[in-house]
Ligand binder design. Structure first.
Ligand SMILES: C[S@@+](CC[C@H](N)C(=O)[O-])C[C@H]1O[C@@H](n2cnc3c(N)ncnc32)[C@H](O)[C@@H]1O
Length: 330
């Protein structure tokens, strides 16, 4: 890894490294490592994917910007300071251990929010941005129809806080309150940290609770709720083995939904039938195989709930939201 810099150093003597050279070096190193022509550093057992994108994020981050396009043209021809150069290589080394780039740069954008990221908390995905848009659309129309801003939302499995904080950001009315819970203490702390950074902490209640084990505690803290939203772990256990190395660095309990992917979805539905208000709705991000199973589950075991619809995400995988309501209930 240091070979490129070393060669350059000898040639230039002063060890000034223009940004583009560093950038190209990182990309070249990655590509060579991916082809197996260059051995990765000793502590990197495997090579990283997407070298160009990762290098761009890392270098932009070191220069205090989100993307390389944001870095001024002039700055791209400048030399890096020693500190910047060291930092680039420090972050690249982490990435070469197959740490996801979001953990390496310690932040990620979700909709219009920049969230702090911390291993092993789940890194929010673009599909979930679509789920949030859908929920916000419905929240706004219910507010308009019922002439109320006093709505209560519950998120199960908040991770970094991406969904809850986007809802609070999108619905600025002071009466809208969000309760968020997660079985992971690290996730709970990260959600609170992100809420504080974004100034959204006043309308957010975060709890360290498990939807499988702590149903009574959840009911006592969060009942009633008008909206329940969740991007639960929904992968089938058998599919965990096929995941990319980077994804396996995430908390497995954020991904693995058990034998049929429903181990967290089932208790969410049970909880929904108890705490949703009459106008209440449930929004779930699920696996492509889940919608018909969930529909059947609701019809057979949750008479208070009514399955409404499934929407596909933009990639056209049928993995988006199952939208459930309980108009007969509460
Ligand atoms: C797929 S991640 C989603 C995180 C975040 N909502 C997002 O979309 O970025 C699932 C989250 O559910 C949490 N979780 C898993 N099982 C849970 C349970 N039984 N009770 C509460 N939270 C759970 C995990 O810790 C993880 O943070």
């Amino acid at each position: 890894m240091w070979g490129y810099i070393y060669i350059y150093k000898k040639k230039k003597k002063h060890f000034v490294v223009p940004l583009l050279v560093v950038f190209q070096s990182v990309v070249r190193l990655w590509s060579s490592a991916a082809e197996g022509t260059v051995a990765p550093p000793a502590d990197c057992s495997i090579t990283a994917e997407q070298p160009v994108l990762s290098s761009q994020y890392i270098i932009s981050n070191v220069l205090g910007e989100k993307t390389l396009e944001c870095v001024q043209r002039k700055r791209l021809r400048d030399t890096l300071t020693d500190r910047e150069r060291e930092r680039v290589w420090e972050l690249c080394s982490k990435r070469l251990t197959r740490m996801p780039v979001q953990y390496v740069i310690e932040e990620w954008d979700f909709r219009d929010l920049t969230l702090k990221m911390k291993p092993p908390v789940f890194i929010p995905r673009p599909e979930t941005e679509e789920l949030v848009s859908l929920v916000l659309e419905d929240l706004r129309s219910i507010q308009e129809e019922s002439h109320t801003t006093d709505l209560r939302c519950l998120e199960v499995g908040c991770g970094s806080g991406a969904i809850s904080l986007s809802l609070l950001h999108g619905i600025p009315q002071v009466c809208t309150q969000v309760f968020a819970l997660d079985q992971s203490q690290t996730a709970v702390c990260l959600t609170m940290e992100n809420a504080n950074r974004l100034g959204l902490q006043d309308r957010l209640d975060v709890h360290h609770l498990d939807v499988i084990k702590d149903a009574d505690a959840i009911l006592s803290k969060c009942d009633p709720a008008d909206f329940l939203v969740s991007n639960p772990p929904y992968l089938l256990s058998q599919d965990m083995e096929t995941l990319q190395t980077e994804i396996l660095r995430l908390d497995h309990s954020a991904l693995d939904g058990g034998l049929n992917g429903l181990s967290v979805i089932r208790p969410i539905l049970a909880l929904s039938s108890k705490l949703l208000t009459q106008r209440g709705r449930v929004y779930l991000e699920v696996a492509p195989c889940h919608p018909p199973i969930i529909q059947q589950l609701i019809e057979e075991t949750r008479p208070g709930l009514l399955y409404l619809e499934t929407r596909c995400d933009l990639t056209n995988r049928s993995s988006s939201s199952v939208n459930v309501t309980c108009p007969l209930f509460c």
